[in-house]
Design a protein around this ligand. Structure first.
Ligand SMILES: C[S@@+](CC[C@H](N)C(=O)[O-])C[C@H]1O[C@@H](n2cnc3c(N)ncnc32)[C@H](O)[C@@H]1O
Length: 313
């Protein structure tokens, strides 16, 4: 990381490798969907992801809570020639996502606390059909923060629920990139979620080794929280979206102390007005067999190594 960098989140060769890898995926994806892609995310002061991806992007909505970083972002966007396609929204991610996802009937009351000029930006951000949502959540998934009424709430769970609500209301196909720190709390929540799902399946040797892999405190050189995320994040996304979307894991990686996944949300044609039947077994199995690679910087080159996991099939 440069010593005078305005970005407090350290840059690394692994992050650069992932951004280049995503650029190549997005280039094919854009061909597939037939239009340039609209982005929503937290690109931080240096806007490194959207600068690299700018040729495939039609629009950039950047959410940022730090006004000093916003000032730098405007300068970065101007210097890197992405100012015209950028919309920078000042606010806390959870609050902004709540407003972006709100039905029209709730929108005005939710917007009231935003300053007038910010309301206009949020209104614009609501009109965009997003293709790429990049959620670098700067921490673990289940860490708790105090909610408006002082009660503890898991903000990230709400952020994901809101982004799925926002996209599903318009029936949009989209890509979600999720980055999470391996430091998290909620160990028992993760273990409970894994065990509850596995309890639905008949006993077998495969199930025992799957349960051991995802719940053991130690397993070869794969950290426990990485294995918990590997199960819980895709299955949580599938659960939250299952009435509206097929969810596919297009890649999962771990670098330094982070989990990083790329997921495709493909709208479902409704089979029944009752919704879909949960759990969707085939999709669950497909998500659990998606490979995960550990990225390591070996003398300046990033080397991906497969992290093997037992499967149920
Ligand atoms: C984790 S950083 C990641 C930036 C970029 N992906 C990178 O690797 O350099 C994301 C940016 O989001 C901002 N941020 C973090 N949490 C936020 C929140 N809850 N609401 C709004 N902005 C937030 C931080 O100030 C930071 O500038």
């Amino acid at each position: 990381m440069e010593t005078n960098s305005p970005n407090p989140f350290p840059e690394s060769e692994e992050k650069k490798w992932l951004r280049r890898r995503h650029l190549s995926y997005f280039t094919d994806y854009r061909e597939d969907v037939g239009h340039d892609l609209a982005y929503l995310g937290l690109p931080a002061a240096e806007m490194l992801d959207v600068i690299l991806w700018r040729d495939v992007l039609s629009h950039i909505t950047a959410i940022e809570r730090d006004p000093e970083l916003i000032r730098i972002m405007y300068r970065t966007a101007r210097l890197r020639d992405i100012r015209r396609k950028s919309l920078i929204v000042h606010g806390d991610l959870a609050r902004v996502m709540r407003v972006l996802a709100a039905p029209d009937t709730e929108f005005s009351s939710l917007m009231a606390p935003f300053p007038f000029h910010e309301q206009e930006r949020v209104r614009k951000a609501r009109r965009i059909d997003y293709d790429i949502i990049n959620m670098d959540l700067c921490g673990g998934f289940l860490y708790r923060s105090a909610g408006p009424d002082g009660a503890e709430e898991s903000t990230n769970v709400k952020v994901i629920q809101n982004l799925i609500a926002m996209q599903s209301r318009r029936g949009l196909r989209f890509l979600l990139i999720l980055t999470l720190a391996l430091r998290d709390n909620g160990k028992q929540d993760y273990l409970g979620f894994i065990r509850e799902y596995l309890s639905l399946l008949p006993p077998s040797e495969a199930k025992m080794s799957v349960e051991h892999y995802y719940t053991a405190d130690k397993y070869k050189d794969q950290p426990p929280q990485l294995r918990r995320y590997r199960f819980c994040i895709p299955i949580f996304l599938l659960k939250e979206a299952f009435n509206y979307y097929h969810v596919r894991c297009e890649g999962a990686w771990s670098y330094k102390t982070f989990y990083h996944g790329l997921f495709l949300f493909d709208p479902k044609a409704p089979i029944s007005r009752l919704g879909s039947v949960y759990p969707p077994e085939k999709e669950t199995q497909a998500l659990l067999t998606a490979p995960l690679f550990r990225l390591k910087n070996v003398e300046g080159s990033v080397v991906p190594t497969l992290c093997p996991a037992p499967t149920l099939i």
